[in-house]
Design a binder for this molecule. Sequence first.
Ligand code: FES
Length: 171
Amino acid sequence: MSEGKQPVSRRQFLNYTLTGVGGFMAAGLMVSPLRMAIDPVLQEGESEGDFTNVQLAEGDITNEPQRVDWEVEQVDGWYESTVSQTAWVYKDDNGEVVALSPICKHLGCVVSWEGSEEYPERFYCPCHDGLYYKDGMNVPGTPPTAGLDFYEHRIENGMLFLGKVQPRGEA
Ligand code: FES
């Protein structure tokens, strides 16, 4: 008796099924590492230009630098954390908002406006007596060799939004 079609044997059926299921599972296992490898790149792109409402009304910004603290959610791969940020904010003589980074350009300590009674009208870094003028430029003869960086900023509905730190460039 001749057979036109070869029926699939039980062994072949099991081979096909296990190969298919195994391949599907292997593909599933690859998705997670691939996403972990690519995700930070995607996150960086998505967060580009992100601004945070720092809960300071434009009308409350004076020509006296004031410290503003806020928090941002940071995602690094699968790790999520909350990061505290600080800026020194004031309006310059033209009424333009200025938001300075508090990170000293010498060795990275945190500066404060009038942080020393000896140096009024200056940003002061307590680590090595670094000084900056109100516009953030470093005072020559003190350890910092560059001015404080700026935060990107914008005003929306009367509130101050701050973004990423922008390097000031060469002093
Ligand atoms: S870290 Fe600020 S003066 Fe050295």
